[in-house]
Design a protein around this ligand. Structure first.
Ligand SMILES: [Zn+2]
Ligand SMILES: [Zn+2]
Length: 189
């Protein structure tokens, strides 16, 4: 996922390289500290400002199920298109001031003309894993009232159990009722 693009930067706009992705990502997040194998393909195209990378990759990440929070292994396919810009001029070696101000350091080609997809790949992978993570398509999730994992056991809470925030509101409204409901009287007129 690390490419030397010195030669490509010297070529004309539209010059293209096809690269296989076959590597590992480390320290993806707290659930995936170890090396995670990544396979895919990347296309690098010379643009007026830098190099446009179109990448597709596949990996498997561990992520908490978004319904029940149990850790689950999730296949993740990512696809992205991002433009990398050089930090120095490839012909003269002069630093490019615009690049220094870049708000996306992960999109900078370094002073040795190395284009590194690792950080971008990590960000896209985590985003996608969080979105997809589901232990099974029919995961029942957690009871909103007591937090019981409903895949493991039924908790017996009312089926009409409402959101805890709504419960707090209901209680609030209930206490008002105890002191007499606040009802708008007939308006004058
Ligand atoms: Zn689940
Ligand atoms: Zn419950």
């Amino acid at each position: 996922m690390i490419y030397n693009v010195a030669q490509l930067l010297k070529e004309g706009i539209g010059a293209t390289r096809q690269r296989e992705i076959d590597g590992e990502l480390r320290d993806i997040d707290e659930y995936n500290p170890g090396p995670v194998p990544v396979v895919g393909a990347a296309k690098l195209v010379r643009t007026p400002d830098g190099i446009l990378v179109t990448a597709k990759a596949h990996m498997e990440l561990v992520q908490p199920c978004r319904r029940c929070l149990e850790l689950t292994r999730t296949p993740v396919d990512i696809e992205f298109e991002e433009e990398f810009v050089p930090s120095i001029d490839v012909l003269t070696g002069v630093p490019l001031p615009e690049a220094e101000k870049s708000e996306d350091p992960e999109l900078l080609i370094d002073e040795h003309h190395i284009l590194d997809l690792t950080e971008l790949m990590r960000q896209y992978a985590v985003m996608e894993a969080v979105r997809l993570a589901l232990c099974s398509v029919d995961c029942k999730g957690l009871c909103p009232t007591c937090g019981q994992n409903l895949n493991v056991a039924d908790c017996g809470c009312s089926k009409q159990a409402i959101d805890p925030r709504m419960a707090a509101l209901a209680k609030l409204l209930g206490s008002e009722t105890d002191e007499g409901p606040v009802v708008a009287g007939p308006t004058k007129g």
